[in-house]
Write a protein that binds this ligand. Structure first.
Ligand code: FES
Length: 139
């Protein structure tokens, strides 16, 4: 993640931050729910066409996503997107969280540059697959 951090630092230094919303920058600088989870109920790692991956772990209690975490080897916006999707899903029932899609992540981040919108799809897909893994392991 260090080189990605350097990329964003470069953007800051080059004064390119105006292309990202304050919310997107905040979720990059202070990612919510970052890290691997050892004791989990659902897990998925999805890789996008760009070659980057987002991993998501969920812990489910009484049908509610009580804990969630992520890691990524992707770009800055993938960190913002994964952080946001975990923040959106935490505390939701599985049924509610299934409705979280790419556009919910994008809207919550107040948008991403067009060429980075796919990072939010990768985050939403990883969440969906982690929930599928949970459902499959239950049955
Ligand atoms: Fe690959 Fe952002 S460029 S996830």
């Amino acid at each position: 993640m260090d080189s990605r951090f350097d990329d964003l630092q470069e953007d800051i230094l080059e004064d390119n931050l105006e292309i990202y919303s304050k919310t997107a920058v905040d979720h990059f600088m202070n990612p919510r729910n970052l890290g691997e989870m050892e004791d989990y109920d659902g897990f998925a790692r999805s890789t996008g066409p760009c070659g980057d991956s987002i991993s998501i772990w969920i812990k489910v209690k009484d049908n509610i996503i009580s804990e969630i975490s992520f890691t990524t080897d992707g770009c800055g916006p993938s960190i913002s997107s994964a952080s946001m999707v975990t923040a959106l899903a935490k505390g939701k029932t599985i049924e509610e969280a299934r409705k979280i899609g790419q556009w919910d992540v994008l809207n919550a981040l107040e948008g991403l540059p067009e060429e980075k919108e796919h990072c939010s799809l990768l985050a939403a897909t990883s969440l969906m697959k982690a929930m599928e893994d949970f459902s499959a392991s239950k049955n």
